[in-house]
Design a protein around this ligand. Structure first.
Ligand code: NAP
Length: 312
C-alpha cells in the first residue's frame, strides 16, 4: 500500500459523485475520485437536460458533467480515470483497490449509480438518444405531438407512459405478457387515458430507423405474428440495476441490490458500515433525477466531513 491514508475516496462520477467531490474539496479534504472507465454516469447518454436548475436554455448531458468535473478539479479533487476493482469496508479499516494499487481511507462515498436495463438489441443502442430513451422525464419534451411507445409492464412503464401523454400524440405500451406487474391503480390510470394504447403479449425484436427512430418491429408471443409499429420514439422502462456488485456482502442492501442508507439518524447517507456513505441512484430506486442525485452527493460529503471531525 504505497499511498498515504486518505480522508475521502469517492467511487463514481455522475452528479452524485461529482457534487460530493466539489463539497469535499471545498472542505479541504482532498478527495480522490475514481471516475470509472466510462465516467459521467447516465447523463452521458442523455441529449439535452432541461430540468437541471440554473440552465434556463437547457444543457447537453455530457456538457453538464464536464462542467461538474471541472468544478470539482478547480477546488482540488484528484480524479482517476479507472474502475475500482475491489473494496474492503469495515468500521475500522477501509481499503479501495484499483487493480494492484491499494488506497486506505477514513471514509468512502459510494456513487456508482444504476444502469437502466435495456432490451439488448443492436439498433436500440445505435439509436440511443436519437429516438430511444430510458428516461421519460429527461426526454419526453422532445416528442411533442409524436407517436411513441413505452416498453414494460411495471409501475415505471405506466408512470412514464402517462407522463409522456403530456407531450406525445399517442403512446403505445408494449408488454411481453397479458398480466401487468404494475399496481392496479397505475394500470387503471393508464387505461383511463385516451392517448394510451396497450399492445400485450408482444416483444420488440428490432428498432427501425436510419438516423432517428421511425418504428419498431414486434412479435406477438402467443401467435408468433410479426408486425411493424410506426413510432418516432421508444422509451424502455423495464427496470434499473444498481451498480453494487462489488459491495455485496459488505453493505446492507434491499432485495434489488440498492444500498440501504439512513442507518444513522443524524447522517442520512450513512450505510450499514460506519464511515461509508452512499448517494445518488445507487441508493435511490424512486426519484432517479440528476438534481436529487446531486443533492444526496452534497449530503454524503457533509456526512463524511462530520464523521471525520468526530473521529479526530
Ligand atoms: P419492475 O417492477 O421490475 O417492472 C419491470 C417490467 O419490465 C416488468 O413488467 C417486466 O415484465 C418488464 N421487463 C423486464 N425485462 C424485460 C425485457 N427484457 N423485455 C421486455 N419486458 C421486460 O420495474 P419498474 O417498473 O422500473 O419498477 C421498479 C420499482 O419502482 C417497483 O417496485 C415499482 O413499484 C417502483 N415504482 C413505483 C412508482 C410509483 O409508485 N409511482 C413508479 C415507478 C416505479 P414482466 O412483468 O413480464 O416481468
Amino acid at each position: 500500500m504505497g499511498n498515504e491514508k486518505r480522508d475521502i475516496i469517492i467511487i463514481g462520477s455522475g452528479p452524485a459523485g461529482l457534487t460530493a467531490a466539489i463539497y469535499a474539496a471545498r472542505a479541504n479534504l482532498k478527495p480522490l475520485v475514481f471516475e470509472g472507465a466510462q465516467p459521467g454516469g447516465q447523463l452521458m447518454i442523455t441529449t439535452e437536460v432541461e430540468n437541471f436548475p440554473g440552465f434556463k436554455d437547457g444543457i447537453m448531458g455530457p456538457d453538464l458533467m464536464q462542467e461538474m468535473r471541472a468544478q470539482a478539479e478547480r477546488f482540488g479533487a484528484e480524479i482517476v480515470t479507472a474502475d475500482v476493482t475491489k473494496v474492503e469496508l469495515s468500521a475500522n479499516k477501509k481499503i479501495v483497490w484499483e487493480d494492484e494499487d491499494a488506497y486506505e481511507t477514513k471514509t468512502v462515498i459510494i456513487a456508482t449509480g444504476a444502469t437502466a436495463n435495456l432490451l439488448g438489441l443492436e439498433n436500440e443502442s445505435r439509436l440511443m438518444g436519437r429516438g430511444v430513451s430510458a428516461c421519460a422525464t429527461c426526454d419526453g419534451f422532445f416528442f411533442t405531438n409524436k407517436e411513441i411507445c413505452v416498453v414494460g409492464g411495471g409501475d415505471s412503464a405506466m408512470e412514464e407512459a402517462t407522463f409522456l401523454t403530456r407531450f406525445a400524440s399517442k403512446v403505445h405500451i408494449i408488454h411481453r405478457r397479458d398480466q401487468f406487474r404494475a399496481s392496479k391503480i397505475m394500470v387503471q390510470k393508464a387505461t383511463d387515458n385516451p392517448k394510451i394504447n396497450f399492445i400485450m403479449d408482444s416483444i420488440v425484436t428490432d428498432v427501425l430507423g436510419d438516423q432517428t427512430v421511425n418504428g419498431v418491429k414486434l412479435k406477438n408471443k402467443k401467435t408468433n405474428e410479426i408486425s411493424e409499429l410506426k413510432v418516432e420514439g421508444m422509451f424502455v422502462a423495464i427496470g434499473h440495476t444498481p451498480n453494487t456488485k462489488m459491495f455485496k456482502g459488505q453493505l446492507d442492501m434491499d432485495e434489488k441490490g440498492y444500498i440501504i442508507t439512513c442507518s444513522d439518524k443524524t447522517k442520512q447517507t450513512a450505510t450499514s458500515v460506519p464511515g461509508v456513505f452512499a448517494c445518488g441512484d445507487v441508493q435511490d430506486p424512486h426519484y432517479r433525477q440528476a438534481v436529487t442525485a446531486a443533492g444526496t452527493g452534497c449530503a454524503a460529503a457533509l456526512d463524511a466531513e462530520h464523521y471525520i471531525e468526530a473521529m479526530e
